[in-house]
Design a protein around this ligand. Structure first.
Ligand code: DOR
Ligand code: ZN
Length: 347
């Protein structure tokens, strides 16, 4: 591929980690994702969380109803793992087309109160998942207040992930939204049953973005942005062509007034320009030729699903997305609101 290509046509990509919320919010965010991606793995951290196959099916219908006419988009559903999720639910989930369960350590992030307090309590359910071929998606941070916020991912690998990996050697695990060199190194060496998603914001920004010229809450997410050396390690992993690294935006919409708040919510909204942001990151690394594997092939392969057949085209063009979107009665401000982007999706 020539070094300064201006048009990029890719197999239609998928988003392997997405928050769309519920109710009115769906009408804002689902069209953004459906315009770019063929499928997305939908996170189950609603209030209350999605913990049964029946709830997942009902949620899938509400999401499908928010897909604009003429667009084809498939939500891939997940359940929220709790201390008490019965192993018998796994067979029902499999029958309903649920693809994975999400592990939130209790208290780690937005709506994680119902999360897992001790992994041992979930072992019978994990065994059922391993047998049924359902994936485990992991929010990989310890929650202990004694551990520095910036170290929580690296500590999670040693304390939780390595023992889990040993106890369930054939459970497919996705280490979600990795943010550190340690996580990238771990996943690289963890074998064929372990993969990781990487967000666009963790490829584009380091932790300085949160504090540049004052506290900037729209750059606050969990796991929090890290130092530059970690950003560089994530870019290297994403452009390496190694199939265990693939796209997951973790686009996580919150009403602007709850982010611009004394105790602001964690989450960056990127679905409005997801592929544009990834293209910018891969372009900056001189690796646009590696974007298609990362965005369109490796996730589907790991999940054991067919690759998409359609295509999308991105063109090099300077444009500025809207600074905010209507979000029910509130406002939704995307990441880098008001800043120009260098790539644009063609429709
Ligand atoms: O920043 C985040 N936002 N991290 C998460 O883990 C959850 C997400 C959300 O749901 O808002
Ligand atoms: Zn998430």
């Amino acid at each position: 591929m020539p070094p300064s290509i201006d048009t990029l046509t890719l197999t239609r990509p998928d988003d392997w980690h997405l928050h769309v919320r519920d109710g009115e919010a769906l009408n804002t965010v689902v069209p953004h994702t459906a315009a770019q991606f063929g499928r997305a793995v939908i996170m189950p951290n609603l209030k209350p969380p999605v913990t049964t196959a029946a709830q997942a099916l009902a949620y899938r219908s509400r999401i499908a109803a928010a897909v604009p006419r003429g667009m084809s988009f498939e939500p891939l559903m997940t359940l929220y793992l709790t201390d008490n999720l019965p192993p018998a639910e796994i067979a029902r989930a499999k029958d309903a087309g649920v693809v994975a369960l999400k592990l939130y350590p209790a208290g780690a992030t937005t709506n994680s109160d119902a999360g897992v307090t001790n992994l041992r309590k979930t072992y019978r359910t994990l065994e059922a998942m391993q047998r049924a071929g359902l994936l485990l998606l992991v929010h990989g941070e310890v929650t202990s207040p004694d551990i520095d916020l910036f170290d929580r991912e690296a500590v999670f690998i040693d304390q939780q992930l390595i023992p889990l990996r040993r106890d369930f050697p054939e459970l497919k695990i996705v280490f979600e939204h990795i943010t550190t060199r340690e996580a990238a190194q771990y996943v690289e060496s963890a074998g064929a049953f372990t993969a990781a998603t990487i967000t666009a914001h963790h490829l584009l920004y380091n932790r300085n973005a949160i504090f540049l010229g004052g506290v900037r809450p729209h750059f606050y997410c969990l796991p929090v942005l890290k130092r530059e050396l970690h950003r560089q390690a994530l870019v290297s992993a994403a452009i390496s062509g190694a199939p265990q690294f693939f796209l997951g935006t973790d686009s996580a919409p919150h009403p602007a007034h709850l982010k611009e708040h004394a105790s602001g919510c964690a989450g960056c909204y990127t679905a409005h320009a997801a592929m544009e942001l990834y293209a910018q990151a891969f372009d900056a690394a001189g690796a646009l030729d590696k974007l298609e594997g990362f965005a369109s092939f490796f996730g589907a392969d790991f999940y054991g699903l067919p690759r998409n057949s359609g295509q999308i085209t991105l063109r090099r063009e300077t444009w500025t997305p809207p600074a905010s979107f209507a979000f029910g009665a509130a406002e939704l401000k995307p990441l880098a609101s008001g800043e120009a982007l260098q790539w644009r999706l063609q429709n």
